[in-house]
Every structure is written in C-alpha cells, then in structure tokens.
Ligand binder design. Structure first.
Ligand SMILES: Nc1ncnc2c1ncn2[C@@H]1O[C@H](COP(=O)(O)OP(=O)(O)O)[C@@H](O)[C@H]1O
Ligand SMILES: [Mg+2]
Length: 496
C-alpha cells in the first residue's frame, strides 16, 4: 500500500525546525536532560513569577487608586464646607488644604484660579486635559498619567454648587519603584531556579548515565583485548540487572568463541606438524638420491621441496600467532640497554636471512645508549627479523635501521625504531592491509613469491602489540618503505 503523503503543514514545520532539531539531536543525552530540566524550571518560574507580579501590582495599584478616590471625596467635602462659610480670603482655605501629605497634591480650581497645595511639582496644567474636561462637564473621574518619569493618578471631582473643581493627584512613583524591585527579584529568582533546574538535571542524568559509562568503559577494555572484563553486578537496581547480565553473557559467549577459534588454529597447526615432519624426512631421503632421478622427476622434487618448506614455515608461524591468540604466549621481560638491544637484534635478524644481502647502516641516537628498557627480547628480535626479511625479499635489503627516543601521541617517552629500504615501497591502498593475516601485496607477486606466507607482518603487529607498542608504515625519505616500531620506554618497569 502506498504511504500517505505527509500533510503540508507538517512538512513545512519539519523544514522550519530542521536546523534546531538537528542541533538538539546532536547534543548528548546528558546535555538534553539538563536542557529540559532548565527549560522546565524556566517555564515554571516565568509562570509563577508572572502570576505573582500581576496579582501584586494589580492589588497595590488599585489600592492606591481607591485611596486617592476616597481622599478626593473627603477633600471635596471639606472644601465645600469651608467655601460655603464666608471667609475673608479663599486662599486661607487652600492654605489649610495644603496640610496634605508629601505624596499627594490637591488642586482647587475656583472662580478661574487654580490653587495647588504643591505648586512647585504639580500644577493644574499637568492634569491631563481629558480628565479636566470630564470634571468640567460635571462628572467625577480618574486618570493615570506620567509626570517627569513618575507615574501619577489624578482624581477629579466637581463642586457644582460653587462652580469649583477639586483634584487630588497621587504620586505612584514609590509604588512603581517597589514593583520594579519586585520584578527584578522575580527575574533573579527565575534565573536562579533555571540554573538550579539545569544543575538538578545534570546531576540526575549523571547518576542515571553512570551505569552506561561503566558499560562503555568495559566495552573499550574488551575491544583492547582484555576479554576478562565484566560488569560488576549491581544487585540493588532491578532496571540495570538485566543490562549487566546480558552484557556479561554476551562477553562470555564472545570470549568462548574467540578462544575456541584460537584453539582450533593452534590444534590444526599442532596436528599438521607430525605428518609434515614425516613428509620432510622422506623428502630429505629422496633429495639425497636426487642424482638417480630423471631431470623431470628432479625438477618435481625441487618444487615439492620449496612448497614443503613454505608449508612448514606457515605452520610454524600459525602456531606462533595462535599462541598469542590463545593467550598462552608467555612474556619474559628483561631489562636491557636500548642501543644494545637494537644492534643485537639486527645482527641476529641478518643471520637468519634466506638470501644474503648487504647489512643496513645502523644509526642509533647516542642518548639511547644511556637508556634501559624492560622488554621481551625474543619478541623484539622476531619483529626485527621479519622486517629485515621483508626488506631483503621485496627491496633488495634494508638500507638503514634508525633508532631514536621520542614522545608518542600522548607525550609518553618512547623508543622509535625504523627499518628503511630503497625498494618499491608499499602503495597507500595496501598499507592498512599488509598487517592482516595471509595478506600479500603487489610486491610479493614480483619477487620472493614462493617463500612468503602473508603472515610475517601480522606476526610483527601481534608481537609489537604484546610489547605494548605500535607499528607503522610510511615512505622512506629516500624512496622505498619505512617500517616503524614505537615501544614505550618504561625504564625497567613493567610495560602495562
Ligand atoms: N619492505 C617492503 N617493501 C615493499 N613491500 C613490502 C615490504 N614488506 C612487506 N611488503 C608487502 O607486505 C606484504 C605482507 O608482508 P608479510 O606479512 O611479511 O607477508 P609475506 O612477506 O609473506 O608476503 C608483502 O606481501 C608485501 O607485498
Ligand atoms: Mg614477510
């Protein structure tokens, strides 16, 4: 069935939200929970703050206006009483009136003159015209207005019997100030609440995610080859018990499987060894009588011999590699001088070469003659022998072996050993793969094809890994290949 097309509005909304959504989704879980908590707290404080501000200001302002209205009516009564009794001067009346409080101004408009109790600050012309017009027409009225930045409320009442009008003006400035302070306090409170909300979110999500970081740490350890890593059973939390159990079961099964595979390789190589020995012995006998054979049979015997030796070698290398796979490879650390270690390993490697080539120049940083390191010497010799053999097979021999101290990517002290040659080098596309088991590159097709097994560099990588180091390949400065081995310089302590 055809899927219904998305509604137009939905589509547009999605496009509009695309950017923010993408950013939101790219954030970590923890950041998102923190953000949501903070947003919730903000929303809540805006709502509560807004409501309380509205209620308070409404109450206070209407309270003030009511007071002003009351005062206006009381004032009017007084004025009426006084003016109806004949007095020598209306001004005395007004003077009496001015006993008002500081925040209030009374204005009496009587027979064309306005008398203000506080004429310096407020005069009749400050009272808004619409209010004056209403009162002139005989209606009592109220109006708020602003005078010199301060909000005011004016109440006007007519005195029809005397053709007078009476105004009371209340200064709301103090109230306004109070409300400003209140608003500021509410905003500050809201900000603090938001921050606290975010903090609570962060702490809470941290607690929730803690088991996940344990899982991720365990996964990293397992990926590094530490197959004995397990998650600690958290008995307390029923939500996490399942995760812990299934994770540990998965690792159990993985470990079983890896060990079974490794054991299989090791068993196969072992099983092959004894028939191989028999075949090799038989071949030796035949080779001793080679001159009695016809040229064709002799040629066949030679081919058989070459392949058998390659086979033997493959079995030996497979055994060597499976030993580190099954974890049965024993490491014996020896404290040695770095310079001496390299010289000896090169010499030993050159002795085992199948075809003689000229020796490489050895340049060792003098600093290294002062440096000792704890290393499995046999492993390191195997690494050098394999690199020298490859150089001999594919590049006519190593030209230079260089060693120098250097910090690695993390700044730890390391020993960097490089084996360089003048051969064809390793094409970029092959560099990652040459360390794989049974992988043989282009160079192997050109020369020495029959002797290689494709396991040499895999063994190198395995040995270097067990030595705690890193192996790499790059172009030699003079063309050709440059294989590097970086070993940690732990100076007599166990490499971890
Ligand atoms: N010094 C070198 N120069 C050029 N290519 C090399 C060199 N060393 C190794 N290689 C390439 O790396 C491949 C893998 O090497 P290795 O694992 O020792 O297997 P093998 O030597 O048995 O072929 C080789 O087949 C070859 O193509
Ligand atoms: Mg090789």
């Amino acid at each position: 069935m055809a899927k219904a097309p998305p509604a137009r509005g939905d589509h547009r909304l999605r496009r509009y939200l695309h950017g923010p959504l993408a950013v939101w989704e790219r954030l970590g879980l923890r950041a998102r929970v923190t953000g949501l908590f903070a947003f919730g707290a903000l929303l809540l404080s805006v709502l509560m703050g807004g409501l309380s501000f509205y209620a308070t200001s409404h109450f206070l302002v209407s309270d003030q206006i009511n007071a002003a209205i009351k005062e206006a009516f009381v004032g009017r009564a007084t004025v009426e009483q006084r003016l109806l009794v004949p007095t020598p001067n209306e001004l005395t009346v007004v003077a009496d009136l001015t006993a008002a409080t500081g925040a209030t101004t009374s204005i009496l408009y009587y027979r064309g003159t306005a008398y203000s109790s506080n004429s310096f600050t407020v005069s009749i012309s400050d009272v808004p015209e619409p209010l004056r017009a209403l009162v002139r027409a005989g209606t009592p009225a109220t109006q708020t207005f602003v005078l010199g930045n301060r909000p005011q409320v004016a109440v006007g009442v007519p005195l029809p019997s005397l053709d007078a009008r009476y105004f009371v003006i209340f200064d709301l400035g103090d109230l306004d100030h109070t409300l400003h302070v209140l608003a500021l306090a509410l905003v500050l409170g809201g900000l603090i609440t938001t921050l606290l909300g975010g903090l609570v979110g962060r702490v809470a999500s941290g607690r929730t995610l803690r088991p996940l970081s344990a899982v991720s740490r365990a996964a990293v350890a397992i990926a590094r080859g530490d197959l004995d890593t397990r998650l600690r059973a958290t008995t307390g939390d029923p939500d996490l018990r399942g995760l812990t159990q299934s994770f540990n079961t998965m690792v159990d099964q993985l470990q079983d499987r890896i060990e079974r595979d490794a054991r299989f390789t090791s068993d196969v190589s072992h099983e092959l060894r004894s028939p191989l020995t028999t075949i090799a012995n038989t071949l030796n006998v035949l080779e001793a009588h080679a001159d009695e054979l016809s040229p064709r049979a002799r040629r066949a015997l030679e081919l058989l011999g070459a392949d058998l030796r390659r086979f033997e070698r493959m079995v030996a290398e497979l055994l060597e590699i499976s030993r580190s796979d099954t974890g049965s490879a024993d490491t014996s650390l020896e404290v040695v001088d770095a310079g001496e270690l390299i010289r000896q390993s090169v010499a030993a490697g050159m002795r085992t070469l199948p075809t003689p080539v000229s020796s490489p120049t050895i340049s060792i940083d003098p600093v290294l003659d002062e440096v000792t390191l704890a290393v499995d010497k046999r492993r390191f010799e195997r690494v050098m022998a394999n690199l020298l053999e490859n150089a001999a097979l594919y590049a006519g021999g190593a030209t230079r072996v260089a060693a120098e101290p250097g910090p690695d990517r993390l700044g730890h002290p390391t020993l960097v050993v490089a084996v360089e040659d003048h051969g064809p080098g390793v094409p970029l596309a092959e560099r990652r793969r040459i360390f794989e088991r049974f992988y043989r590159g282009q160079a192997a097709g050109r020369r020495g094809a029959s002797t290689g097994t494709g396991l040499g560099l895999a063994l190198v990588a395995e040995h270097v890994r067990l030595l705690g180091g890193l192996v790499g390949i790059e172009d030699a400065p003079s063309g050709g290949a440059r294989f590097t081995v970086e070993l940690p310089l732990t100076d007599g302590e166990e490499p971890s």
